[in-house]
Design a binder for this molecule. Structure first.
Ligand code: MGD
Ligand code: MGD
Ligand code: SF4
Ligand code: MO
Length: 880
């Protein structure tokens, strides 16, 4: 039942394992050397086709995240530790009783693209085949459901028609709503390599000037939500310029009546430039590049999907590729890049409430086919509730038992405040997670300890449909179990013994492969029948493989007439800003954090890239609000509010604000982006419009500011603003508040002997706590004046000998040293100020030169766009 463990070397301490990264949908292969009970050396797997040995900053630092800190290690009912037997019995009974009293639709599962395919398959089978409801939805609803809906409308099946190999052959990359440099760094590096090798061109379409734009030929900072106008305008332009492929359309694409006529309406360059609010010359450059380069990949992500018109935006892109015949050919495809490590595997098993299994939908013949295959006792016959509706039904009491696996909806759902209220009111909530204390886990009646990355064993599928193995590096900690085992155990306890009698992931994988080919007859592209009888040993040794080949290469599509479809889509009118909510709030990711930070938050190195949640504002907007760089600012929406550190950035459009999604109740009282978005969704996909919420921004006048470094984190930090990150041997907590901080200081500091100083005139207080010859904590509070730099103080937590009391209270070493500034290169710990100084003093003009001088950017490469930006900034400053 548990994963086969790596065999240690004769010395008993090193074992080599090939596995797949825990994070994004790029799906990089990892070559891991296990060096101890919970320690591992991480390298990129040179033989994995997705990354050929490369890893980004997050993958590189995986070794810092494999400790057992914060883990949930035993089943818990309430706060009581219970046996697995009791926990499984409890969950099975509560579900069975709820179903008996209120019917199958009164229960639901909410699952995740971070489950393995085997886990996902079992959960989906239990809900759709045996409980008899399709109320299983997944966080992928928040992630790529608009792409799924768009693919089905255009191609007839949810197939991503691209592969990474296409990147090596394309001449033009159009990145729409994707911060690839931060979110899919290895794909970005591959595009950069194509640029260097062959002069491939890059166009970025994003309202923000992200680091992805550093390598771009054209950046179009379009008005948010104007993507349809942009793409329709381009299609009209292609038609005028003769870039349409009439032969391909004749043979392979059905065009609805009036499609072209509707397109020409307002499709001229000037109108489009006005609608999208971009310089016509830049727009023209993009359009000309597109016409000139048939080998185009249009890569899109959340700026497209997470919109109230996400599905239409996806189809505006597929229309372009279909009409120009840029699909099913080398280097040409629309490419919906997946976010989570197994978002694609979730699509294969049909983990969305609106799909069935193995790429089938709820058409009666499919329901019958899957029901036959599963020998299902009670087959769901219609789609279930999509995530936002699902939580609404939890809130209004229709869903009375909910099981959440591998996702943190109390943070990541839109209007998370309402989701919390729903969870609090739900009669029964079970949560399977690796972590003991999550914002969602706090609402659980039962918490089930799941294996995490490095322990679990199974398969994942990446953005290019490549199936790879995740393998165990370590023994299961405590009583943690694989998700598939937990679900199958509950299913058996509910009475379905033979349907859920799996002994190992390979058993499930074989069944999944058999279903994919069962009465398929070429109707569905997803067919991995060659693995229907794979032997256990072959499953263990499985090499990464891609299914589907080059989809649509013959110009045939999985629709009844074999043709793809152009879908008429029109630009939704863009409403002017609201009087009370004049800002458009955009939310997204940081380079070195993953979602709610349950894993990346453990890594001190990753923490250094962004130490606080920032609200990014255009300097002119900030000035109008009286907000200066580094001030605190409250971001409020009709759903909720939270306080962030203000960061002024000209790369932000006027009237827009950007905040990161990563900070949670566990990390902070501030920076809580999840409370802000509204729960409106795209009508076709049900995906929320996370990228544009009407909002208000205002300055927060904190009476004092400060920070704490500590080896023991206090339970709660009751202050206006408190955000924490991991540092070696402890935490850094940034603070701000009102009133007298004395009580708070007393509460935050651990036991030990204290040295302190105060300066009443500036309202400054500094206290350091020492015990057993080490620094345990230090706090610095000021009503005015400056605070010491954090870096040297953080190091003192690990110092074998504490610095002098005077130095600690001064907050700097006796002999001062240079401030490195925020860390740009996480691999070599190189700060922004160090790089800027080298650029200025040594006249460095390229990322390579900076690398040669400082090593920065020469390992994982994630920071290369940031270095490029510093160089560009210096050059701009030099040339006035
Ligand atoms: N470092 C890191 N990497 C990750 C993740 C992570 O948490 N951290 N998560 C993974 C997951 S699950 C996902 S889904 C992906 C997400 O990857 P991305 O989609 O690349 O990331 P986001 O930051 O959510 O948003 C992308 C961009 O969309 C832009 N945008 C906003 N509105 C619009 C619009 O109207 N039009 C256009 N064209 N663009 C717009 C935003 O400004 C933002 O820069 O990342 C994956 N990779
Ligand atoms: N405002 C705003 N909100 C967003 C987004 C946005 O751009 N803006 N993006 C959305 C998107 S695209 C996504 S994908 C979601 C992500 O949001 P979530 O899925 O809520 O975020 P995670 O932090 O990845 O949550 C995963 C949880 O599963 C646990 N876990 C990890 N591995 C395992 C495992 O193997 N088994 C079990 N049982 N548990 C495990 C982790 O400890 C963690 O608690 O956020 C969405 N929400
Ligand atoms: S790009 Fe980075 S986070 Fe994504 S799979 Fe590769 S190493 Fe992991
Ligand atoms: Mo995602």
């Amino acid at each position: 039942m548990t994963a086969p463990l790596p065999t240690l070397s004769p010395e008993g301490e090193r074992a080599f394992v090939r596995t797949t990264c825990a994070y994004c949908g790029v799906g990089c292969g990892i070559a891991a050397t296990v060096t101890g009970e919970r320690s591992v050396e991480i390298k990129g797997d040179p033989d994995h086709p997705a990354n050929r040995g490369r890893l980004c900053s997050k993958g590189t630092q995986l070794g810092e995240t494999v400790g057992l800190e914060g883990r949930l290690l035993h089943p818990m009912i309430g706060e009581a530790r219970v046996s697995w037997d009791k926990a499984i019995d409890h969950v099975a009974r509560r579900f069975a009783r709820t179903i008996a009293e209120h019917g199958p639709d009164s229960v639901a599962f909410y699952v995740s693209g971070q489950l393995l395919t085997e886990d996902y398959y079992v959960a989906n089978k239990l809900m759709k085949g045996f409980i008899g409801s399709a109320n299983i939805d997944t966080n992928s609803r928040l992630c790529m459901s608009s792409a799924v809906a768009g693919h089905v409308r255009a191609f007839g099946e949810d197939v991503v028609p691209a592969s990474y190999g296409d990147i090596d052959q394309a001449d033009l990359f159009v990145l729409v709503g994707s911060n690839t440099a931060w979110c899919h760094p290895i794909v970005y590096q591959r595009m950069m390599a194509a640029r260097e090798a062959r002069g491939a061109k890059l166009v970025v379409i994003d309202p923000r000037r992200t680091e992805t734009c550093e390598g771009a030929d054209v950046h179009l900072a379009i008005r948010p939500g104007s993507d349809v106008a942009l793409m329709n305008g381009l299609l009209a332009h292609c038609r005028r310029e003769g870039a349409i492929d009439p032969d391909f359309i004749d043979a392979s694409v059905s065009v609805p009546d009036g499609f072209w006529e509707a397109l020409e309406d307002g499709g001229d360059l000037w109108s489009v430039a006005r609608t999208c609010d971009v310089p016509p010359a830049d727009l023209k450059r993009f359009y000309d590049l597109f016409v000139a380069n048939p080998r185009t990949i249009t890569l899109f992500s959340q700026g497209i999907n997470q919109s109230l018109t996400g599905t239409d935006q996806v189809n505006a892109i597929t229309n372009l590729h279909l009409a120009t015949g840029r699909i099913g050919k080398p280097g040409a495809a629309p490419f919906s890049i997946t976010g989570q490590p197994n978002a694609m595997g979730g699509r294969e098993v049909g983990g969305l409430a609106t799909t069935l299994a193995a790429h089938m939908d709820f058409a009666p013949e499919n329901v019958a086919r899957v029901g036959r295959f599963w020998a299902a006792e009670r087959m769901a016959a219609k789609p279930g509730l999509k995530a936002v509706d699902l939580f609404r039904q939890v809130g209004n009491g229709k869903i009375k038992a909910l099981w959440i696996m591998a996702t943190n909806p109390a943070v990541s759902m839109p209007d998370a405040g309402a989701v919390r209220a729903a969870l609090a009111a739900c009669p029964f909530v079970a949560v399977s997670d690796c972590i003991a204390d999550t914002d969602t886990g706090r609402f659980a009646h039962v918490r089930l300890p799941a294996l995490g990355w490095g322990e679990k064993d199974g398969t994942v599928t990446n953005s290019e449909r490549r199936v790879s193995r995740q393998r165990a590096l370590f023994a299961a900690p405590g009583e943690a179990r694989p998700d598939w085992w937990i679900v199958a155990s509950v299913a058996r306890r509910m009475g379905w013994r033979s349907a859920f009698s799996y002994d190992r992931p390979a058993d499930i994988y074989r069944e999944h492969a058999r279903l994919s080919t069962y009465q398929n007859g070429g109707a569905r592209l997803f067919d991995i029948g060659h693995h229907a009888a794979i032997a256990n040993a072959d499953y263990e040794a499985m090499e990464p493989y891609r299914w589907g080949g080059t989809p649509f290469a013959e110009g045939r599509f999985p629709t009844p007439d074999g043709k793809a479809r152009l879908v008429p889509v029109v630009q939704r009118p863009l409403a002017p800003p609201l009087k009370d909510w004049p800002f458009t709030l955009n939310t997204g990711r940081y380079r070195d954090q993953w979602h709610t930070m349950t894993r990346t938050g453990l890594s001190p190195r990753l923490a250094r890239h962004r130490q606080e949640p920032l609200v990014e504002l255009h300097p002119a907007d900030a000035a109008a609000l009286g907000i200066a760089q580094g001030d605190l600012a409250r971001v409020a929406t009709p759903q909720g509010e939270s306080v962030f550190r203000a960061h002024l950035d000209e790369g932000q459009r006027r009237g827009e604000a950007f905040v990161p999604i990563h900070w949670t109740d566990r990390q902070s009282t501030g920076g809580r982006a999840g409370l802000l978005p509204r729960d409106l969704v795209d009508p076709h996909s049900g995906q929320p419009g996370f990228k544009a919420t009407p909002a208000r921004v205002e300055r927060v006048a904190a009476e004092w500011r400060g920070f704490l470094i500590t080896d023991t984190l206090p339970d709660t930090i009751p202050s206006l603003y408190a955000t924490r990150i991991r540092v070696p041997q402890g935490w850094l907590v940034e603070l701000a508040g009102g009133g007298d901080p004395a009580k708070l200081i007393a509460r935050l500091l651990p036991a030990g002997s204290r040295v302190e100083t105060s300066d009443p005139a500036r309202g400054q207080r500094r206290v350091a706590v020492l015990a057993e010859g080490r620094l345990r904590a230090a706090i610095y509070i000021a009503r005015s004046g400056t605070l010491p730099a954090r870096e040297w103080l953080i190091e003192q937590l690990c110092a074998p000998e504490p610095a002098s009391a005077m130095a600690l209270l001064a907050g700097r070493p006796a002999t001062p040293r240079a401030d490195r500034g925020p860390i740009v290169c996480a691999c070599f710990d190189v700060g922004m100020k160090t790089i800027a100084a080298a650029i200025a003093d040594d006249g460095l003009v390229s990322v390579e030169q900076v690398g040669a001088a400082l090593s920065a950017g020469t390992n994982c490469g994630s920071c290369r766009p940031a270095i490029q930006r510093l160089i560009a900034g210096a050059q701009q400053a030099a040339h006035g």
